[in-house]
Design a protein around this ligand. Sequence first.
Ligand code: H2B
Length: 99
Amino acid sequence: MTLLDDDGVRAALEGLPGWSGDPSAITRTVEAPDFSTGIRIVDDVAAAAEAADHHPDIDIRWTKVTFTLATHSEGGVTQKDVDLAGTITEIADRHGARG
Ligand SMILES: C[C@H](O)[C@H](O)[C@H]1CNC2=NC(N)=NC(=O)C2=N1
């Protein structure tokens, strides 16, 4: 899996609303309608991560859930991270999260 450079990450972020980052990692904090919904988002993301064999760092703070993605084996952001970020966005949108 090829590492994305600065321009590659910038271009990818244009297609990922709410995400920010640089070639080391990309991140997004979503705000769920309530704590339980946040946990359901995390549960659905966990299933997607297992299916993709690619796993985000996840920080849960009441209704705010932060996802951070990097490909550890490559030392930075790859297409795998961009793809999972898109899936996380779909999941968060489906559960009515903002941010
Ligand atoms: C063997 C397995 O494919 C690797 O350990 C996977 C698992 N999940 C992973 N997740 C993330 N975010 N980065 C990785 O490099 C990674 N590697």
